[in-house]
Write a protein that binds this ligand. Sequence first.
Ligand SMILES: [Zn+2]
Length: 305
Amino acid sequence: MKYFSLLQSFTLAAALLCGAAHAQAPAATPSAPPQVGFSIIKTGKVSVAERLLVPDGSLSKKIDTNFSAFLIKHKNDYLLFDTGLGANIETQYAQDMPYWARLAFKFEKPVVPVRKQLDAAGFAPIQKVIISHGHWDHASGVPDFPEAEIFAAEEEMHSIKHAESGAATAWPSQVATPGTRWSPLVLQPIAHKGYAQSLDLFNDGSVVLVAMPGHTEGSIGMFVTVDSGKCYFFIGDVAWKSAAIQAGAPKFWAASMVVDRNREQTLRSVEQVRDVARKYPDLVVVPAHDAAVQDALGYFPAWVR
Ligand SMILES: [Zn+2]
């Protein structure tokens, strides 16, 4: 966490400098990037039977599920939360997705990797990448950011260090690339919105990680409060659809059996999201794959501010 401490000092210094220059600063225009905001970078999608994503959903109706990454802007810092599908997804999939799982877990072409989208838009290489958990559809883009420090919860590092092929594992082709700089995130015993453990990345309450174990041992979620004051809760794969959370329903049992490391613990994490959503009715819950929620918020290069 030394890294973030340094970052915090830097942020504080930058804030002081900005404060000094404030009198001359022009008013922000609607097109200027936000101080704190985010942009959803969709890298690909797959359409699947609704029933897989929504309990009691139709077996014949197909709905989209997104593979997205989330670009978070905090003043002069950018970080990526999850990486979606990366430049090497086809090779990774061929190498590490077991044949038995290929019918259920797939993606459609084209894939437009985050790195490609950021480079095309003229962004400097991202220096910080945080993954919600180590699964294939979240860590695929990790090798595309060799300049970055890659963060995952301390509890997730065991499965990352012991990467193996599988439907719900961290893949060697994604997380074991030589030179990848992994750093464990140690959440603190500081309560945040009902969560017992949290990590306030910039010490100002605007970007806060919380522990959401169950889907994997070290699954984490992230609260981001943007310029408007509105708060968004990125919950990774605790649930695949926001509608499922509102209904208090778990994933389709068969899907959950395959993907959730601990089903009971996942259900408790779902219940906790429900609680926080009830307590903070303005909160927007953003599951990593929920195309309906993400369509409504818009995509990169547009900012949610
Ligand atoms: Zn996922």
